[in-house]
Design a protein around this ligand. Structure first.
Ligand SMILES: [Ca+2]
Length: 348
């Protein structure tokens, strides 16, 4: 099974509630609809008209199947992933501390080596050679001191990365930001509908060819992952948002750059297509939390959410998940340097 995101064995330390209360007190409430509209426009959001579409794919990985019809109501969605500049404003306003900056509770990780219990996050560290593409530990390093301010470890910083997507955010971190901003996280159906940009059934967010006429349409990986990054698209790691063309809805970086959190609990497969148009699911909310745990790690009870969009580490030889239908299971406590998020606002 090809997969790029390991379960890191991090803990869920939910300090979000207390910090959010603090944040709310410091942030003026948006009370009138006019203020709300102004907020939407000021926040660079795009209105996605509701509709029915074909979600998933029968042509790729088993977790994307079966392709089935789904209906979603209209909603607003951020034109780009949340950037370091935006996340910094949230941190400055609330004093929020991210999951990666907190030492995990060993009780959440029975069997974990004591020397592995520290504040840190997963950083992609390309090896010079690999023995087995199934063994992700060859290129993922649970690095002490890595967090959103230090994306490549303690000696790195984000001085030149204001317009890059924020990374090293857990699900709780993403939800805390969204709540502070009076927004929410998208469901998988909302995210996929938006990513398709009106091209129902297309392979990619821009059509059916990965690189039309050789043009790179997203920040992915060109070359032999994980040892050879040709950077044909110009970027070895994350790229500034809006570097690559928008999709048909005017949304940037839906594919590639960073994976994005959705609010749906993971399920191994989609549900079957409805037998009649009358029975198409409306605004589905994903599977059950109890079914989202990783069966390969029975001792670690960390539920998993759905990630969408693929990242700069998705490569043709390893993880062809640079498509709207692609999905990945991520434990809610896990943060890495290729996972970020964007927010939605549902119609009032
Ligand atoms: Ca790239």
């Amino acid at each position: 099974m090809e997969s790029q995101d390991p379960a890191s064995g991090r803990c869920t330390r939910n300090n979000a509630h207390e910090q959010l209360q603090k944040g709310r007190r410091m942030r003026p409430e948006i009370e009138s609809s006019e203020q709300w509209r102004n907020s939407i426009q000021a926040n660079d959001m795009v209105w996605i008209p509701g509709g029915t579409f074909r979600m998933g794919s029968d042509q790729h990985y088993p977790e994307e199947a079966p392709s089935h019809r789904v209906a979603v109501d209209g909603f607003w969605i951020d034109a780009t992933p949340v950037t370091n500049r935006q996340f910094k404003a949230f941190i400055n306003a609330t004093g929020y501390v991210t999951t990666a900056q907190i030492v995990p509770d060993p009780r959440d990780y029975p069997g974990a080596l004591p020397e592995m219990i520290y504040a840190g996050s997963l950083v992609f560290s390309p090896p010079s050679r690999v023995n087995d593409l199934e063994d992700w530990s060859q290129w993922w390093d649970f690095m002490k001191g890595a967090n959103w301010r230090r994306p490549c470890g303690p000696k790195s910083n984000i001085k030149e990365l204001d317009d890059h997507p924020v990374v090293h955010v857990s699900y709780a971190d993403a939800l805390a930001y969204a709540t502070w901003a009076s927004k929410d996280l998208p469901t998988e159906a909302e995210w996929e509908f938006a990513a398709r940009g009106g091209l129902d059934g297309a392979e990619f967010a821009w059509g059916d060819t990965l690189a039309p006429d050789g043009r790179q349409m997203a920040n992915t990986w060109q070359g032999n992952f994980p040892i050879q990054n040709l950077r044909t698209d110009g970027y070895e790691r994350t790229s500034p948002v809006k570097t690559f063309p928008p999709n048909g809805y005017g949304l940037y970086d839906m594919i590639g750059n960073v994976w994005e959190w959705t609010s749906d609990w993971w399920s191994d497969r989609h549900e079957a297509d409805a037998p009649k148009a009358c029975c198409v699911p409306q605004n589905p909310r994903g599977g059950l939390e109890a079914a989202s745990y990783d069966p390969r790690q029975p001792n670690i009870r960390i539920p998993r959410k759905v990630l969408k969009g693929g990242s700069h580490l998705c490569a043709p030889n390893y993880c062809r998940r640079y498509r709207p239908a692609a999905r990945h299971a991520e434990p809610v406590d896990t943060s890495t340097n290729h996972v970020g998020f964007r927010c939605v606002v549902r119609s009032r």
